[in-house]
Write a protein that binds this ligand. Structure first.
Ligand code: 8OZ
Length: 370
Protein backbone atom coordinates (compact mmCIF):
# COMPACT_ATOMS: atom_id res chain seq x y z
CA UNK A 1 0.00 0.00 0.00
CA UNK A 2 1.29 3.40 -0.90
CA UNK A 3 1.18 6.17 1.71
CA UNK A 4 1.22 8.71 -1.05
CA UNK A 5 -0.25 12.19 -0.76
CA UNK A 6 -2.19 11.44 -3.95
CA UNK A 7 -4.56 9.30 -1.94
CA UNK A 8 -5.18 11.77 0.88
CA UNK A 9 -8.51 13.61 0.98
CA UNK A 10 -8.65 17.22 -0.15
CA UNK A 11 -11.12 19.99 0.66
CA UNK A 12 -11.95 21.70 -2.62
CA UNK A 13 -14.07 24.57 -1.32
CA UNK A 14 -17.20 22.93 0.09
CA UNK A 15 -16.49 19.66 -1.74
CA UNK A 16 -14.50 17.07 0.19
CA UNK A 17 -12.59 14.95 -2.34
CA UNK A 18 -11.61 11.42 -1.33
CA UNK A 19 -8.19 11.87 -2.95
CA UNK A 20 -6.20 14.25 -5.17
CA UNK A 21 -6.59 12.21 -8.33
CA UNK A 22 -8.73 14.06 -10.89
CA UNK A 23 -10.25 12.48 -13.97
CA UNK A 24 -9.48 14.97 -16.74
CA UNK A 25 -12.24 16.13 -19.07
CA UNK A 26 -12.15 13.71 -22.03
CA UNK A 27 -14.12 14.18 -25.23
CA UNK A 28 -15.53 10.80 -26.28
CA UNK A 29 -18.23 11.84 -28.81
CA UNK A 30 -20.90 9.30 -27.91
CA UNK A 31 -23.93 11.51 -27.18
CA UNK A 32 -27.01 11.52 -29.42
CA UNK A 33 -27.00 13.88 -32.43
CA UNK A 34 -29.00 16.25 -30.18
CA UNK A 35 -26.26 16.26 -27.57
CA UNK A 36 -28.06 14.08 -25.01
CA UNK A 37 -25.94 11.74 -22.85
CA UNK A 38 -27.04 8.09 -22.92
CA UNK A 39 -27.21 5.25 -20.39
CA UNK A 40 -23.61 4.39 -21.30
CA UNK A 41 -22.55 7.82 -19.99
CA UNK A 42 -24.14 6.98 -16.64
CA UNK A 43 -22.24 3.69 -16.55
CA UNK A 44 -18.94 5.21 -17.71
CA UNK A 45 -18.83 8.00 -15.14
CA UNK A 46 -20.20 5.84 -12.32
CA UNK A 47 -17.49 3.24 -12.99
CA UNK A 48 -14.88 6.00 -12.47
CA UNK A 49 -16.39 7.54 -9.30
CA UNK A 50 -13.41 6.63 -7.10
CA UNK A 51 -11.52 9.54 -8.67
CA UNK A 52 -11.34 12.36 -6.11
CA UNK A 53 -13.03 14.51 -8.73
CA UNK A 54 -14.41 13.82 -12.21
CA UNK A 55 -14.48 16.71 -14.65
CA UNK A 56 -16.94 15.62 -17.29
CA UNK A 57 -16.25 15.82 -21.00
CA UNK A 58 -16.46 19.27 -22.56
CA UNK A 59 -20.18 20.12 -22.79
CA UNK A 60 -21.68 22.63 -25.20
CA UNK A 61 -23.39 25.64 -23.63
CA UNK A 62 -25.44 26.29 -26.79
CA UNK A 63 -25.92 25.04 -30.35
CA UNK A 64 -23.66 27.90 -31.41
CA UNK A 65 -20.94 26.51 -29.11
CA UNK A 66 -20.91 23.06 -30.76
CA UNK A 67 -17.80 22.11 -32.68
CA UNK A 68 -17.83 18.34 -32.89
CA UNK A 69 -20.60 15.90 -33.80
CA UNK A 70 -22.00 13.73 -30.97
CA UNK A 71 -20.68 15.90 -28.13
CA UNK A 72 -23.13 16.52 -25.29
CA UNK A 73 -24.82 19.77 -24.36
CA UNK A 74 -26.38 21.43 -21.31
CA UNK A 75 -28.82 23.80 -23.00
CA UNK A 76 -32.03 21.67 -23.28
CA UNK A 77 -34.28 20.13 -20.63
CA UNK A 78 -33.70 16.70 -22.13
CA UNK A 79 -29.95 17.11 -21.68
CA UNK A 80 -30.44 18.25 -18.07
CA UNK A 81 -32.55 15.17 -17.29
CA UNK A 82 -29.92 12.89 -18.82
CA UNK A 83 -27.06 14.53 -16.90
CA UNK A 84 -29.09 14.16 -13.70
CA UNK A 85 -28.82 10.39 -14.11
CA UNK A 86 -25.03 10.73 -14.47
CA UNK A 87 -24.62 12.87 -11.34
CA UNK A 88 -26.95 10.56 -9.37
CA UNK A 89 -24.85 7.56 -10.40
CA UNK A 90 -21.56 9.21 -9.44
CA UNK A 91 -22.94 10.46 -6.11
CA UNK A 92 -24.41 7.07 -5.22
CA UNK A 93 -20.91 5.64 -5.78
CA UNK A 94 -19.38 8.28 -3.47
CA UNK A 95 -17.83 10.50 -6.15
CA UNK A 96 -17.84 14.19 -7.08
CA UNK A 97 -18.37 15.55 -10.57
CA UNK A 98 -17.96 18.98 -12.17
CA UNK A 99 -19.38 19.91 -15.56
CA UNK A 100 -17.12 21.62 -18.10
CA UNK A 101 -18.62 24.51 -20.13
CA UNK A 102 -17.62 24.59 -23.77
CA UNK A 103 -18.02 27.04 -26.63
CA UNK A 104 -15.67 26.26 -29.51
CA UNK A 105 -16.01 29.60 -31.34
CA UNK A 106 -14.34 29.64 -34.75
CA UNK A 107 -13.49 25.96 -35.03
CA UNK A 108 -17.15 24.95 -35.42
CA UNK A 109 -18.67 24.38 -38.86
CA UNK A 110 -21.92 25.51 -40.57
CA UNK A 111 -23.01 21.83 -40.62
CA UNK A 112 -23.09 21.90 -36.80
CA UNK A 113 -24.83 25.28 -36.53
CA UNK A 114 -28.51 26.22 -36.61
CA UNK A 115 -29.62 26.92 -40.22
CA UNK A 116 -26.07 26.36 -41.45
CA UNK A 117 -24.86 29.71 -40.10
CA UNK A 118 -21.22 30.60 -39.79
CA UNK A 119 -19.40 29.87 -36.54
CA UNK A 120 -18.73 32.94 -34.39
CA UNK A 121 -15.39 34.22 -33.15
CA UNK A 122 -13.70 37.37 -31.85
CA UNK A 123 -12.55 38.13 -35.40
CA UNK A 124 -13.02 36.80 -38.93
CA UNK A 125 -9.74 34.87 -38.99
CA UNK A 126 -9.86 31.39 -40.60
CA UNK A 127 -8.14 28.63 -38.62
CA UNK A 128 -6.22 25.95 -40.47
CA UNK A 129 -7.56 22.45 -39.98
CA UNK A 130 -10.83 20.56 -40.12
CA UNK A 131 -14.01 20.15 -38.10
CA UNK A 132 -15.55 16.78 -37.14
CA UNK A 133 -19.09 16.89 -38.57
CA UNK A 134 -21.70 14.13 -38.76
CA UNK A 135 -20.50 13.57 -42.34
CA UNK A 136 -16.83 13.38 -41.42
CA UNK A 137 -14.01 15.92 -41.50
CA UNK A 138 -14.58 19.25 -43.28
CA UNK A 139 -12.27 22.26 -43.68
CA UNK A 140 -12.72 25.11 -41.24
CA UNK A 141 -14.46 28.19 -42.63
CA UNK A 142 -13.99 31.91 -42.04
CA UNK A 143 -16.01 32.67 -38.90
CA UNK A 144 -18.24 35.69 -38.32
CA UNK A 145 -16.84 38.23 -35.86
CA UNK A 146 -19.19 38.74 -32.91
CA UNK A 147 -20.61 42.27 -32.66
CA UNK A 148 -19.82 44.08 -29.42
CA UNK A 149 -23.50 44.29 -28.53
CA UNK A 150 -23.92 40.52 -29.03
CA UNK A 151 -21.43 39.60 -26.32
CA UNK A 152 -23.95 39.91 -23.46
CA UNK A 153 -26.09 37.31 -25.28
CA UNK A 154 -23.15 34.87 -25.31
CA UNK A 155 -22.61 35.53 -21.59
CA UNK A 156 -26.32 34.85 -21.07
CA UNK A 157 -25.88 31.48 -22.82
CA UNK A 158 -23.20 30.61 -20.25
CA UNK A 159 -25.55 31.69 -17.45
CA UNK A 160 -28.34 29.51 -18.87
CA UNK A 161 -25.92 26.57 -19.01
CA UNK A 162 -24.77 27.33 -15.45
CA UNK A 163 -28.35 27.26 -14.18
CA UNK A 164 -28.98 24.01 -16.03
CA UNK A 165 -25.81 22.43 -14.60
CA UNK A 166 -27.16 23.26 -11.14
CA UNK A 167 -30.48 21.61 -11.93
CA UNK A 168 -28.58 18.56 -13.18
CA UNK A 169 -26.95 18.10 -9.77
CA UNK A 170 -23.27 18.75 -10.52
CA UNK A 171 -20.96 19.57 -7.60
CA UNK A 172 -19.40 22.47 -9.45
CA UNK A 173 -18.38 23.64 -12.91
CA UNK A 174 -15.28 24.32 -14.95
CA UNK A 175 -15.03 27.10 -17.52
CA UNK A 176 -13.04 25.84 -20.51
CA UNK A 177 -10.71 28.69 -21.37
CA UNK A 178 -8.08 26.51 -23.08
CA UNK A 179 -7.18 24.57 -26.23
CA UNK A 180 -8.04 27.14 -28.85
CA UNK A 181 -11.78 27.49 -28.15
CA UNK A 182 -13.84 30.68 -27.86
CA UNK A 183 -12.46 32.13 -24.61
CA UNK A 184 -8.90 31.26 -25.63
CA UNK A 185 -9.59 32.94 -29.00
CA UNK A 186 -10.44 36.16 -27.17
CA UNK A 187 -7.27 35.86 -25.05
CA UNK A 188 -4.70 35.22 -27.75
CA UNK A 189 -3.81 37.75 -30.42
CA UNK A 190 -3.56 35.15 -33.22
CA UNK A 191 -7.37 35.08 -33.31
CA UNK A 192 -8.36 38.34 -31.61
CA UNK A 193 -7.95 41.32 -33.96
CA UNK A 194 -10.74 43.38 -32.40
CA UNK A 195 -10.58 47.14 -32.13
CA UNK A 196 -13.31 47.49 -29.47
CA UNK A 197 -12.90 47.13 -25.68
CA UNK A 198 -12.43 43.34 -26.14
CA UNK A 199 -9.30 43.42 -28.29
CA UNK A 200 -5.87 44.99 -28.50
CA UNK A 201 -4.29 45.37 -25.05
CA UNK A 202 -3.89 42.42 -22.70
CA UNK A 203 -6.44 44.02 -20.38
CA UNK A 204 -8.96 44.20 -23.21
CA UNK A 205 -8.36 40.61 -24.33
CA UNK A 206 -9.01 39.35 -20.77
CA UNK A 207 -12.32 41.21 -20.62
CA UNK A 208 -14.66 38.70 -22.27
CA UNK A 209 -13.32 35.54 -20.56
CA UNK A 210 -13.51 37.34 -17.19
CA UNK A 211 -17.08 38.51 -17.88
CA UNK A 212 -18.05 34.90 -18.58
CA UNK A 213 -16.30 33.61 -15.44
CA UNK A 214 -17.85 36.34 -13.26
CA UNK A 215 -21.31 35.53 -14.63
CA UNK A 216 -20.87 31.81 -13.90
CA UNK A 217 -19.55 32.63 -10.41
CA UNK A 218 -22.77 34.58 -9.74
CA UNK A 219 -24.76 31.41 -10.35
CA UNK A 220 -22.48 28.93 -8.58
CA UNK A 221 -20.40 30.86 -6.03
CA UNK A 222 -16.66 31.21 -6.60
CA UNK A 223 -15.72 28.11 -4.58
CA UNK A 224 -17.51 25.82 -7.02
CA UNK A 225 -16.05 27.27 -10.22
CA UNK A 226 -12.73 26.20 -11.76
CA UNK A 227 -11.03 27.60 -14.87
CA UNK A 228 -8.91 25.69 -17.36
CA UNK A 229 -6.08 27.32 -19.34
CA UNK A 230 -3.38 26.16 -21.80
CA UNK A 231 -0.88 29.01 -22.30
CA UNK A 232 1.06 27.54 -25.22
CA UNK A 233 -1.19 24.94 -26.82
CA UNK A 234 -1.45 25.35 -30.58
CA UNK A 235 -4.73 23.38 -30.87
CA UNK A 236 -7.23 25.10 -33.15
CA UNK A 237 -4.35 26.82 -34.97
CA UNK A 238 -4.16 29.36 -32.16
CA UNK A 239 -1.13 31.22 -30.87
CA UNK A 240 -0.18 34.38 -29.04
CA UNK A 241 2.78 36.60 -29.88
CA UNK A 242 3.75 36.91 -26.18
CA UNK A 243 1.99 34.35 -23.95
CA UNK A 244 3.94 34.87 -20.70
CA UNK A 245 2.67 38.37 -19.79
CA UNK A 246 -0.80 37.56 -21.15
CA UNK A 247 -1.27 34.51 -18.96
CA UNK A 248 0.40 36.12 -15.95
CA UNK A 249 -2.13 38.96 -16.16
CA UNK A 250 -4.99 36.47 -16.57
CA UNK A 251 -3.89 34.33 -13.65
CA UNK A 252 -3.45 37.40 -11.42
CA UNK A 253 -7.08 38.32 -12.20
CA UNK A 254 -8.29 34.77 -11.60
CA UNK A 255 -6.41 34.68 -8.31
CA UNK A 256 -8.46 37.63 -7.01
CA UNK A 257 -11.67 35.68 -7.58
CA UNK A 258 -10.99 32.90 -5.02
CA UNK A 259 -12.10 30.19 -7.40
CA UNK A 260 -12.30 26.47 -6.64
CA UNK A 261 -9.15 25.88 -8.69
CA UNK A 262 -6.94 26.88 -11.58
CA UNK A 263 -6.48 23.99 -14.05
CA UNK A 264 -3.30 24.37 -16.08
CA UNK A 265 -2.31 22.31 -19.12
CA UNK A 266 1.47 22.56 -18.95
CA UNK A 267 2.98 22.41 -22.45
CA UNK A 268 1.24 21.23 -25.62
CA UNK A 269 -2.08 19.56 -24.79
CA UNK A 270 -1.48 15.81 -25.05
CA UNK A 271 2.11 16.49 -26.13
CA UNK A 272 5.46 17.44 -24.61
CA UNK A 273 5.53 19.22 -21.23
CA UNK A 274 7.83 22.03 -20.19
CA UNK A 275 9.62 22.30 -23.53
CA UNK A 276 8.15 25.52 -24.75
CA UNK A 277 10.06 28.20 -22.84
CA UNK A 278 6.98 29.14 -20.82
CA UNK A 279 7.66 29.70 -17.12
CA UNK A 280 4.94 27.78 -15.23
CA UNK A 281 6.65 28.41 -11.88
CA UNK A 282 6.05 32.14 -12.26
CA UNK A 283 2.44 31.45 -13.18
CA UNK A 284 2.04 29.23 -10.13
CA UNK A 285 3.55 31.90 -7.87
CA UNK A 286 0.97 34.44 -9.06
CA UNK A 287 -1.96 32.20 -8.19
CA UNK A 288 -3.06 32.16 -4.57
CA UNK A 289 -5.31 29.12 -4.53
CA UNK A 290 -5.73 25.51 -5.57
CA UNK A 291 -3.52 24.52 -8.54
CA UNK A 292 -4.61 21.55 -10.64
CA UNK A 293 -1.82 20.24 -12.84
CA UNK A 294 -2.41 18.53 -16.18
CA UNK A 295 -0.54 17.01 -19.09
CA UNK A 296 1.27 13.73 -19.20
CA UNK A 297 1.43 13.23 -15.44
CA UNK A 298 2.05 9.75 -14.09
CA UNK A 299 1.80 8.71 -10.48
CA UNK A 300 5.50 9.37 -9.74
CA UNK A 301 5.57 12.90 -11.15
CA UNK A 302 2.24 13.79 -9.56
CA UNK A 303 3.41 12.54 -6.20
CA UNK A 304 6.74 14.34 -6.44
CA UNK A 305 5.13 17.68 -7.20
CA UNK A 306 2.42 17.19 -4.55
CA UNK A 307 5.07 16.40 -1.93
CA UNK A 308 7.03 19.50 -2.97
CA UNK A 309 3.89 21.58 -2.42
CA UNK A 310 4.01 22.80 -6.02
CA UNK A 311 0.58 21.52 -6.96
CA UNK A 312 -2.60 20.48 -5.14
CA UNK A 313 -4.46 18.18 -7.54
CA UNK A 314 -3.31 16.02 -10.45
CA UNK A 315 -5.27 15.23 -13.62
CA UNK A 316 -5.04 11.90 -15.39
CA UNK A 317 -6.64 11.52 -18.81
CA UNK A 318 -5.93 8.49 -20.99
CA UNK A 319 -5.19 6.19 -18.01
CA UNK A 320 -8.79 6.77 -16.85
CA UNK A 321 -10.12 5.63 -20.23
CA UNK A 322 -8.72 2.12 -19.81
CA UNK A 323 -8.64 1.92 -15.99
CA UNK A 324 -11.99 2.71 -14.38
CA UNK A 325 -10.39 1.80 -11.03
CA UNK A 326 -7.25 3.87 -11.67
CA UNK A 327 -7.09 5.14 -8.09
CA UNK A 328 -7.22 1.65 -6.57
CA UNK A 329 -4.68 0.31 -9.07
CA UNK A 330 -2.19 3.10 -8.32
CA UNK A 331 -2.74 2.72 -4.61
CA UNK A 332 -1.85 -0.99 -4.55
CA UNK A 333 0.75 -0.79 -7.33
CA UNK A 334 -1.25 -2.93 -9.75
CA UNK A 335 -0.40 -2.72 -13.46
CA UNK A 336 -2.41 -0.31 -15.60
CA UNK A 337 -4.38 -1.51 -18.62
CA UNK A 338 -3.48 -0.08 -22.04
CA UNK A 339 -5.93 2.12 -23.89
CA UNK A 340 -7.08 1.64 -27.46
CA UNK A 341 -6.84 4.89 -29.38
CA UNK A 342 -9.23 3.62 -32.08
CA UNK A 343 -12.18 3.82 -29.69
CA UNK A 344 -11.42 7.24 -28.15
CA UNK A 345 -13.96 9.13 -30.24
CA UNK A 346 -17.43 8.02 -31.34
CA UNK A 347 -18.90 4.55 -31.43
CA UNK A 348 -20.67 2.64 -28.70
CA UNK A 349 -20.00 0.94 -25.36
CA UNK A 350 -16.97 -0.84 -26.81
CA UNK A 351 -13.81 0.94 -25.62
CA UNK A 352 -15.99 3.05 -23.32
CA UNK A 353 -17.68 1.04 -20.59
CA UNK A 354 -16.12 -2.38 -21.21
CA UNK A 355 -12.68 -1.83 -19.65
CA UNK A 356 -12.84 -4.05 -16.55
CA UNK A 357 -11.90 -3.17 -12.99
CA UNK A 358 -9.56 -5.55 -11.18
CA UNK A 359 -11.37 -8.54 -9.75
CA UNK A 360 -11.49 -9.03 -5.97
CA UNK A 361 -8.87 -11.78 -6.31
CA UNK A 362 -6.55 -9.63 -8.40
CA UNK A 363 -6.81 -6.77 -5.94
CA UNK A 364 -5.99 -9.03 -3.02
CA UNK A 365 -3.01 -10.48 -4.88
CA UNK A 366 -1.49 -7.09 -5.83
CA UNK A 367 -2.18 -5.56 -2.41
CA UNK A 368 -0.37 -8.47 -0.75
CA UNK A 369 2.61 -8.15 -3.09
CA UNK A 370 2.93 -4.41 -2.41
C1 8OZ B 1 -10.07 16.06 -28.08
C2 8OZ B 1 -10.98 15.95 -29.11
C3 8OZ B 1 -12.01 16.86 -29.19
C4 8OZ B 1 -12.12 17.88 -28.25
C5 8OZ B 1 -10.15 19.82 -25.76
C6 8OZ B 1 -12.49 19.36 -25.69
O1 8OZ B 1 -9.09 19.72 -26.38
C7 8OZ B 1 -11.33 19.06 -26.22
C8 8OZ B 1 -11.19 17.99 -27.23
C9 8OZ B 1 -10.17 17.07 -27.15
O2 8OZ B 1 -10.25 20.54 -24.78
Amino acid sequence: MSSSKLFEPFDLGPNRLANRVVMAPLTRSRATPDGVPRQMHVDYYTQRASAGLIINEATNISVEGRGYAFTPGIYTDEQVEAWKKVTDGVHAAGGKIFLQFWHVGRISHPDLQENGQLPVAPSAVTPKGQAFTEEGMKDHVTPRALETDELPRVVADYVHAAENAKKAGFDGVEVHSANGYLLDQFLRDGANKRTDAYGGSVENRLRFPLEVIDAVVKVWGSDRVGVRISPVTSAGDLADSDPQPLFEAYVAELSKRKLAYLHVIEGQTGGPRDKDGFDYKRLRALYDGVYMANNGYDEALGEKRLEAGEIDLVCFGKPFISNPDLVERMEIGAPLAEWDQKTFYGGDEHGYTDYPKLSVEERARYAKAA
